[in-house]
Design a protein around this ligand. Structure first.
Ligand code: PEP
Ligand code: MG
Length: 580
């Protein structure tokens, strides 16, 4: 029974759909002089076929989703009209006397280097599009149909070596029962998206793509991180029963909706939600969230032709602010890079993307994009309670720099007489160890902190959050993590600012209780966990969590912490969750 990492709870039973993402196997062979004409003809036919497909897709997308989204396919068609890709491939066939598949692949793979020298901005901006297009022509040459997650005819479970956050964001939710991937960790953005979309998922299965066949039946258990291939009738029955129990469990939790998140001894915590888009906000509001503690705005930039302009962002932020009223929404500025990329905004490929040009670093390097977003956020603040926070702050200078740009933007809006919230609260995410260590000084420059524990764990323990091979080292309850969190909360409280936690630790009942004990003021959780977390808060005392947390700070290994936390709090939490 393939075992992986439980990434999103729930059970799915259904047929397998394999989304192939791996490279094509292409042979390189030399052709004879008199074969050159045939190879070129094959290439031209494949290009013609690709154009036809693109025109059809463009038309369909335009009808369904509008001009804006369809533009990407027009851009592909433009590239096909441009002689550069075509001529270069044909020249290569003639010059190197290689088969067309190889000539084409070498051509589009060499684009970044080649056109870095030619001042063709059109191509420089579209390396990823060119790659995509090159693959389409290759598929046509090889008679290898492409797979897509947006036009499904039946309910399926997606199996893939990997899914990018943008694949996940664009999949057809009513058809995808669940997904399982070879790679990935519990806090990869793909896993986070799956939880937000309420799609059961198991990641980091190693080689599930090699163990299943398209169409075969599987059971996917997103709570335990297992996949059962070709289950027996008894197994299907057992899991169907579990599915029913989960529905019932969820129904019972709904009775907590209108009750406040308050511990037995009266400690009130603000319980907000993380969202990536408008869909989740409805789910969170239904479960009576006390605001949005993290709005991951980068999803607004994904699966579209170009960056959203100020007006579009303003409308999106304003809508969320109005919906969430009387509570507030914390809008995080763009957190691109790491495992989140856009097809229309090429970030150079990096060897260590999580350590590279990511989040606030990218915003500070692309000031126009940053300013546009800040203007939209500030303006939305005029119409509702909006707070702003920067991701991946690593030190005081960075925070000051971002705030200087914010002041400039305010000044510009003032001059233009455009209404905005001049007193907007500005927070720093604490998700880099250096920020936690400098939190006493950062607290003087910010109105609040939000702990991004997903990244804080990754950077502190040097464990890639999306690499399943090192997932066993990804330990939220490592003593170092608790110490850094404790240090941050103390530093913030000394400066009279509040601290929230929006990383996945806040959505885990045991970790959440420890965060409470360490003095956290606000929790922002995946909407799906809202009621479960509330149930735990209402079943424990703040005093007991404080006692346990202060003991944990003196332990020396993650195993000791886990054992003690489990014995002193975990067992009780399990009982609370099982209670009627
Ligand atoms: C985090 O790092 O904990 C966080 C909330 O941000 P993200 O998961 O979007 O990187
Ligand atoms: Mg983060």
């Amino acid at each position: 029974m393939p075992r992986g990492i439980a990434a999103s709870p729930g059970i799915a039973i259904g047929p397998v759909y394999i989304l192939e993402k791996e490279d094509f196997c292409i042979l390189k062979y030399r052709i004879k002089k008199d074969e050159i004409g045939t190879e070129i003809k094959r290439f031209e036919d494949a290009v013609g076929q690709s154009k036809k497909q693109l025109r059809e897709i463009e038309k369909k997308v335009r009808e369904k989703l509008g001009k804006d989204v369809a533009y990407i396919f027009q851009a592909h068609l433009h590239i096909l009209e441009d002689p550069l890709l075509i001529r270069e491939t044909i020249d290569r066939i003639k010059r190197e006397r290689v088969n067309v598949e190889m000539a084409l692949r070498e051509t589009y793979r060499n684009f970044p280097q080649k056109f870095a020298l030619v001042q063709s901005e059109f191509f420089q901006e579209r390396f990823r599009d060119v790659e995509d297009l090159g693959e389409r022509i290759l598929r046509n040459l090889l008679n290898h149909p492409s797979t897509s997650l947006s036009n499904l005819k039946e309910d399926i479970i997606v199996i893939s070596s990997d899914l990018s956050p943008s694949d996940t964001a664009s999949l057809q939710k009513d058809r995808v029962l669940g997904f399982a991937t070879d790679i990935g960790g519990p806090t990869s953005h793909t896993a986070i998206m799956a939880r937000s979309l309420k799609i059961p998922a198991v990641v980091g299965l190693g080689n599930i793509t090699k163990k299943v066949k398209p169409g075969s039946l599987i059971i996917l258990d997103g709570n335990r991180g297992i996949v059962i291939v070709n289950p027996t009738a008894a197994q299907i029955k057992k899991y169907q029963k579990r599915q029913e129990e989960l529905v019932l469990y969820r129904k019972k939790l709904e009775t907590l909706r209108s009750l406040p998140p308050i511990t037995l001894d009266g400690r009130e915590v603000e319980l907000a939600s993380n969202i990536a888009g408008p869909e989740e906000i409805d789910l969170a509001i239904k479960d009576k969230t006390e605001g949005v503690g993290l709005y991951r705005t980068e999803y607004l930039y994904m699966n579209r032709k170009k960056l959203p302009n100020e007006e579009e962002q303003f409308e999106a932020y304003k809508k969320i602010a109005e919906k969430i009223a009387p509570h507030s929404v914390i809008i995080r500025t763009l957190d691109l890079g790491g495992d989140k990329f856009l097809s229309h905004f090429p970030v150079p490929r990096e060897i260590n993307p999580f350590m590279g040009w990511r989040a606030i670093r990218l915003s500070l390097g692309k000031v126009d994009i940053f300013k546009t977003q800040l203007r939209a956020i500030l303006r939305a603040g005029f119409y509702g309670k909006v707070k702003l926070m920067y991701p991946l702050i690593s030190g005081v200078e960075e925070l000051k720099k971002a705030n200087r740009i914010l002041s400039q933007v305010k000044q510009e809006l003032r001059q233009e007489k455009i209404p905005f919230d001049n007193k907007i609260e500005v927070g720093a995410m604490i998700e880099v160890p250096s920020a936690a260590i400098m939190s006493d000084l950062l607290a003087k420059e910010a109105d609040f902190f939000s702990l991004g524990t997903n990244d804080l764990i990754q950077y502190t323990l040097a464990v890639d959050r999306i690499n399943e091979k090192v997932a066993y080292l990804y330990q939220p309850l490592h003593p170092t993590i608790l110490r850094l969190i404790h240090q941050t909360i103390r530093a913030a409280h000394r400066e009279d600012i509040w601290v929230g936690a929006c990383g996945e630790m806040a959505s885990d009942p045991l970790c959440m209780a420890i965060l409470l004990g360490l003095g956290i003021d606000e929790l922002s959780v995946t909407p799906r966990s809202l009621l479960e977390i509330k149930k735990v808060i209402r079943g424990i005392t703040w005093e007991e969590t404080q006692k346990v947390a202060s003991h944990l700070l003196n332990l020396s290994t993650a195993n000791q912490v886990k054992r003690h936390a489990h014995n002193r709090l975990g067992k009780k939490i399990r009982r609370i969750l099982e209670e009627e």
